[in-house]
Design a protein around this ligand. Structure first.
Ligand code: S3P
Length: 448
């Protein structure tokens, strides 16, 4: 389980041009879903390219606790013998989801319409994140939960028997809420409909369709309505997990800001609900080419070719936020090197991620000599036209993306950048240090 006891302070130094090929690990969202959906099938789901980050390993362990037979065959190859929709067994012990909001929220949804009881907890970051946004819609199915104040973990959920499908309009643009409700709907009688005003990442819909569920999304005046017919028999699949565009974001952005860099990042998912960052960077003037575009496992994929670029600040359209929600920390780093202001609005959801990411980026950027303006749902970064001082220490608050963002920043600042703790990087990108070092990045653990 994640939640390392000893902090791992790290330092990034101004680096020579980044060069080479960066092989990114599997997509975190698809990896969690492969294990959970595999556990809900009858038969054996084979998964290749699974992200073996701590978040996903915690989900694998959780699926075993709910009765699935999960096996690690090495080198990213896993298999899951599922228990079928409605077949989850009651776990004997507390389920610890570590740092993973996606893991805990999707699993709570998946068990909430089976009459079993489970208790969930996580690390300090996960225990501080809101769960009411999940438990409230699950109440509509008859599931009862007992958590700490404001629904924080640890939380015990008593799943409903004979649940009926619901219609729920999500108040937040969140794929985790959408997925929790749809997974609850899997074992409910009749139809479950989830309405969202903007389309969030659609891996649950695409993958459940692949597993044989009757699920469709239509665009209406209210936004996007996804309807699922309950109690399907899900059919085991072979899944090849695409590479994670959210992890690719770090070497891509580092190559843009480190002078003279040129790198290739192969096999990246270009799922339209995930690539807002690349679109934004290209609008800022980034030299990013999509090469060898193709379809793999139902997802559009390309090799990215990146060259260091002079960038101009822009206003990011707020309705693009769901397609790049995890990428604002690294975008705000890139923005610091651009000319002019980069304005990021409509990003309130960042306040409830692994940490309050608006606050963490604002404080960290200030510590590196960058001027910012911050509000409840916006962050504006004043670009320094290439010359960013650095020299400070960023607090990472158990947040992998804050840690990687400031390490990438330090590769191009005048003075080195320290982070207080890089331990959380292993939750999503366990090969980050090696991969960056292979590209020439000068990142070291400060305590060795
Ligand atoms: C995810 C959804 C997003 C994202 C998270 C992964 C998913 O969270 O930030 O990293 O796999 O469904 P929200 O649904 O809270 O926006």
């Amino acid at each position: 389980m994640s939640g390392h006891a000893t902090p791992i302070p790290m330092t990034a130094h101004k680096s020579p041009p980044l060069r080479g090929t960066a092989h990114i690990p599997g997509d975190k969202s698809v990896s969690h879903r492969s294990l959970i959906f595999g556990a809900l099938c009858v038969g054996e789901t084979k998964i290749s390219g699974l992200l073996e980050g701590q978040d996903v390993l915690d989900t694998a362990r959780a699926m075993s606790a709910f009765g699935a037979d999960v096996t690690d065959h090495g080198a990213g190859n896993w298999s899951v013998h599922g228990v079928g929709v409605g077949g989850f067994a009651e776990p004997e012990d507390i389920i610890n989801c570590g740092n993973a909001g996606t893991g805990v929220r999707l699993i709570m949804g998946a068990m909430s319409t089976t009459p079993i009881t489970a208790t969930f907890t996580g690390d300090g970051s996960l225990r501080s994140r809101p769960m009411g946004r999940i438990t409230k819609p699950l109440q509509g199915f008859g599931a009862i939960s007992y958590g700490r104040s404001n629904g924080h973990l640890p939380l015990t959920m008593v799943g409903a028997g004979n649940a009926l499908g619901v219609t729920f309009s999500s108040p937040h643009p969140s794929a985790q809420i959408k997925s929790a409700v749809l997974l609850a709907g899997l074992n409910a009688i009749g139809e479950t409909t989830l309405i969202e005003s903007t389309l969030t990442r659609d891996h649950t819909e695409r993958m459940l369709r692949g597993f044989g569920a009757d699920i469709e999304t239509i665009e209406t005046s209210a936004g996007f309505e996804t309807t699922l017919l309950g109690q399907p028999e899900l059919i085991a699949q072979n899944i090849s997990v695409p590479r994670d565009p959210s992890s690719a974001a770090f070497p891509v952005c580092a190559a843009l800001i480190v002078e003279g860099s040129e790198i290739v990042v192969p096999n990246i998912s270009l799922n339209p609900t995930r690539i807002g960052l690349f679109t934004t960077l290209i609008e800022m003037g980034a030299d990013i080419k999509y090469e060898n575009q193709r379809i793999e496992g139902g997802e559009p994929v390309a090799d990215l070719h990146i060259r260091a670029s002079a960038l101009s600040g822009i206003e990011v359209p707020p309705d693009r936020a769901p397609t790049m929600i995890d990428e604002y920390p690294i975008l705000s780093v890139v923005a610091a090197f651009a000319t002019g202001k980069t304005i990021m609005r409509g990003i309130k959801e960042l306040r409830v991620k692994e940490c309050d990411r608006i606050d963490a980026m604002a404080r960290g950027l200030e510590a590196m000599g960058v001027s910012i303006e911050e509000g409840d749902d916006y962050l504006i970064v004043q670009g320094q036209n290439g010359d960013v001082m650095g020299g400070g220490t960023a607090q990472t608050h158990l947040d992998h993306r804050i840690a990687m963002s400031f390490l990438c920043m330090g590769l191009a600042t005048i003075k080195p950048i320290n982070i207080d703790d890089g331990g959380a990087i292993a939750t999503s990108f366990p090969t980050f240090e090696q991969l960056m070092s292979d590209l020439n990045a000068q990142i070291e653990r400060s305590d060795v």
